[in-house]
Design a protein around this ligand. Sequence first.
Ligand code: ASP
Length: 254
Amino acid sequence: AIMPVEADPKDMSVGYGGRPDREGVVTLDACIMDSEGNAGSVTFLQDIMHPISVARKVMEETPHVILSGDGAKQFALEQGFDSVDLFTDQSRKEFKQWLKEAKYRPVSNIENHDTIGLLALDKEGHLSGGCSTSGMAYKLHGRVGDSPIIGAGLFVDDEIGAATATGVGEMVLKTLGSFLIVELMRSGKSPQEACEIAVKRVIDKYDCKDIQVGYIAMNKKGEFGAYAIQAGFSYTVTSAKMNEIFKAKSFFTQ
Ligand code: ASP
């Protein structure tokens, strides 16, 4: 489910066609977690179309959880992934335009940052998840967001539930949002309540007027929820019975 988004040149915040950092380098973050508590992650990965698949290989083929930068790329090449130019004509054009002013400012819901986050419940009732992003457009070279950090951008506990994040990764990292949501579900909160508490934790601590953070969560029963700081966060629920896009509730409503 994550790979088609990574390969989509029109999605400019994930994988191929993702916006570069301020040095003009596309750097990708992704992680994956399965129902047995195994996890794999890549950070600051360059020139590889499917960071989620490399994260999976880290999980399955190494004793480690995170590989980063050159080491992650070297590992990917050894695993048979191709080195590709991740720029598209559009992302190159926009970067050249951005260089004229070179101002760094994340703008919520104007697609200069986004993530594909996925939570899955299989037919035996086991949970897993993954997320993948090119991070904040025009970020500092070397910046790593929440998405490859287990517990921040994604957390899965097959006894309880799973959660994943999008938005300004720094806020998610500083509050360990996905782990927090799973722990809240462990203490009896519904996925919806847990997402709301995690978003409010960010709002209570930081100035969030212009910042977006959104979470989705699902528990063992397949109950799901979502909440965001700003309006405009939507998510899709797909099962044998439904395939529906939902608009998440948000703290600010306009
Ligand atoms: N969380 C991602 C990051 O900070 C960006 C996003 O999901 O909007 O890299």
